[in-house]
Ligand binder design. Structure first.
Ligand code: TRP
Length: 451
């Protein structure tokens, strides 16, 4: 075990790094397309409820487990549980991290490529031509070599930042990149709401259409509330482990949830105002970002500036999240295997590059899971976000209730004065509700496999 653990330099630095982890492709790519398909504000309201009732208690559980043990997820469960079986929850987290990063970094590469294309005026030929834009995206992301090149650059940047350490790498870069992200987003929102016809986009996002919200939309909102605040695989345990033993975690947790939600909503405003101003289909799903938006930008006044800004925003969001995912694997190897940070970073950067290459190739002609009728990309995405992350979150909540103990949790989460006012049984009930909701969703997903 390494004796001198690294720590965050300041509370703001930690909040920005944790918000950087939370704000990612989930906010800008997944959330708007899901909200678009499942009832606009109806989806958003359910998602907000899920975040507050289910997400926040588990976020605080992860942060407090990390801070109190000062260890990676595997080490943390081992230390608190006294029973080595619980370490499996940590292992599952490290495995999820590895699986998620393999496809996340491929999409990260796409954002870089699209930033570059937008900068060099490449969207002009796609103006208002969705067939051309679809072909362009398909040709690019299913090609054997080009996406690998961008993926490699993306992983290279993660390795560079992580290799410099917690304070000089993750924290420093988050302190620069998060404000940049917010400024770009505000610029894009202002552009969006000043377009003719923007109001229809705002109505779409903020007026609930309950009839469009079905059971699968609700399950998605819950799954997403996990994904978007980076829960279920020990990211927040790891980030919490770099905190000093001061101040209550509640405030930090609320900040992370607030920033994450704010940025998702702003991204939704920026995107849907543009989509509606040009009479496009808001329910495009995942193709919304990489297919619909490129056809819109050339017709927006100043689009040649806003297009690269948008894709750069997406890239920044992806990068600060990707480093938090890689850090889980790195922290595990440093703490448990005694590796140096540099060594762990290079080796796992290399392994993720290779696994990501398989993911990227699976979208084209080389899909190792072809016999199962599913791409390797979707396999990793589905198994992690539908099963492994919720299961990780569920077990974390159960762990706090039955093993670690609610009083220990409360001591970490609340400041002294506040703790006296929040009885343990109330905290226990919140955690139980949270665990039950997650268990219900996991069951629902499992039942769906069999029917
Ligand atoms: N929260 C990020 C997003 O919204 C993705 C992410 C980073 C993540 N770390 C994670 C998801 C850990 C699940 C678990 O894009």
């Amino acid at each position: 075990m390494s004796s001198a653990r690294e720590h965050w330099g300041s509370r703001t630095g930690f909040i920005l790094a944790a918000a950087g982890s939370a704000v990612g492709l989930g906010n800008i790519w997944k959330y708007p397309s899901m909200a678009g398909q499942h009832g606009g504000a109806a989806f958003t309201l359910v998602y907000l409820l899920c975040i507050l009732i289910v997400g926040l208690p588990i976020l605080l559980a992860e942060l407090s487990i990390g801070r109190s043990t000062q260890l990676n997820p595997v080490g943390a469960f081992k230390k608190l549980a006294s029973n080595p079986r619980w370490a499996w929850v940590g292992f599952m987290g490290v495995a999820s991290a590895f699986m998620i990063l393999s496809f996340y970094s491929v999409v990260g590469g796409w954002t870089l490529k699209y930033t570059f294309v937008a900068l060099t005026g490449g969207f002009n030929q796609l103006a208002a031509d969705s067939t051309a834009a679809t072909n362009y995206f398909t040709d690019f992301h299913t090609a054997p070599i080009a996406p690998l090149f961008w993926h490699l650059i993306f992983i290279g940047l993660c390795v560079f930042i992580i290799g410099r350490g917690v304070k000089k790498g993750i924290e420093q870069w988050s302190k620069v990149l998060m404000p940049v992200l917010l400024v770009i987003l505000v610029i894009l929102v202002i552009r969006g709401v000043t377009l003719d016809g923007a109001k229809a986009g705002l109505d779409f996002l903020f007026k609930p259409r309950w009839s469009d919200l079905d059971a699968s939309g609700i399950a998605m909102a819950l799954g997403h509330s996990f994904f978007t605040i980076s829960l279920g695989m020990g990211t927040m345990i790891t980030y919490g482990s770099y905190l000093h033993q001061e101040s209550d975690l509640m405030k930090a947790g609320l900040w992370v949830v607030f920033l994450d939600t704010l940025i998702a909503l702003l991204a939704g405003v920026a995107i849907f105002t543009a989509v509606f101003a040009q009479g496009q289909n808001p329910a495009e799903g995942p193709g919304l970002i990489f297919i619909v938006l490129p056809t819109l930008f050339p017709n927006i006044p100043g689009g040649f500036i806003f297009a690269p800004l948008f894709f750069f925003l997406l890239f920044v969001a992806a990068l600060t999240s990707a480093i938090s995912i890689l850090e889980v694997v790195i922290a595990y190897n440093i703490d448990e295997k005694g590796w140096s940070r540099k060594r762990a970073t290079y080796i796992f950067g290399g392994i993720v590059t290779m696994s990501g290459a398989l993911v990227s190739l699976s979208l084209g002609d080389f899909n190792i899971l072809a016999p199962l009728g599913i791409t390797y990309f979707d396999f990793l995405d589905w198994t992690t976000s539908k099963y492994m992350l919720p299961l990780g979150g569920l077990l974390t909540a159960i762990f706090v209730i039955v093993k670690w103990g609610v009083p220990n949790y409360s001591r970490e989460v609340f400041s002294k004065s506040f703790k006296d006012r929040v009885p343990d049984f109330a905290v226990t009930i919140v955690l139980i509700i949270s665990a039950l909701v997650v268990a219900f969703i996991i069951l629902k997903e499992m039942i769906e496999i069999f029917i």
